[in-house]
Write a protein that binds this ligand. Structure first.
Ligand code: FMN
Length: 169
């Protein structure tokens, strides 16, 4: 059973890399000790499970839609993600997710490396995600998708450019 969210934050260490790998369906096939430590799960509780095991309800659906669109097209994505630990607490990450391919170019799984997000980026991301969730609750995912498209157009940036710009603020 999924834990209920509680207002307890864990902060990723500045020098840590949290790594996980999945199969093509997003089921976890590998995670490294720093990932397990902050998520609060043992390896046996994670392997074979869908990656949404750490999904936090504060995350807008549209971010995962973008993530899957990109990685299925074998493009990388950089995204800010609020994850939920086994105790219901949360931790923010700045994730880089990519497809892993065999020597014929077929996708054999996916790979995510997460780092500590820049706190200044989160000052922008937290209100943005709140807005996206409100739009999704009111008008569905198309509304939040259009909102992101409009925002990127206004800024003249791609999603990757915006994510990386925020990480370097
Ligand atoms: C390699 C990889 C890493 C992922 N990492 C996370 C993650 O850390 N947190 C998360 O909520 N979803 C992550 N996802 C996305 C999940 O598969 C899923 O799309 C998301 O949690 C939304 O789940 P839902 O559609 O059941 O709401 C990852 C997917 C892949 C392929």
């Amino acid at each position: 059973m999924k834990p209920s969210p509680i207002n307890k934050e864990s902060v990723v260490k500045a020098d840590a890399f949290l790594v996980s790998k999945t199969d093509t369906k997003g089921r976890i096939t590998y995670c490294n000790p720093p990932f397990m430590e902050i998520a609060g799960y043992k390896e046996t509780q994670l392997l074979g499970k869908p990656h949404n095991i750490v999904r936090h309800p504060d995350m807008p659906k549209v971010i995962f839609k973008l993530l899957w669109e990109k990685i299925q097209a074998k493009e990388e994505i950089f995204a800010y993600v609020k994850n939920m630990s086994a105790d219901g607490g949360f931790y923010w990450v700045f994730a880089n997710v990519t497809a892993s391919t065999d020597n014929k170019g077929n996708t054999i799984g996916y790979y995510s490396v997460r780092r500590k997000p820049n706190p200044k980026a989160l000052e922008v991301i937290i209100p943005l995600y709140k807005e996206l969730i409100e739009l999704e609750n009111k008008d569905g995912i198309n509304a939040s998708y259009s909102h992101i498209e409009k925002l990127l157009k206004e800024k003249g940036m791609s999603y990757e450019e915006l994510s990386n710009h925020l990480q370097r603020l």
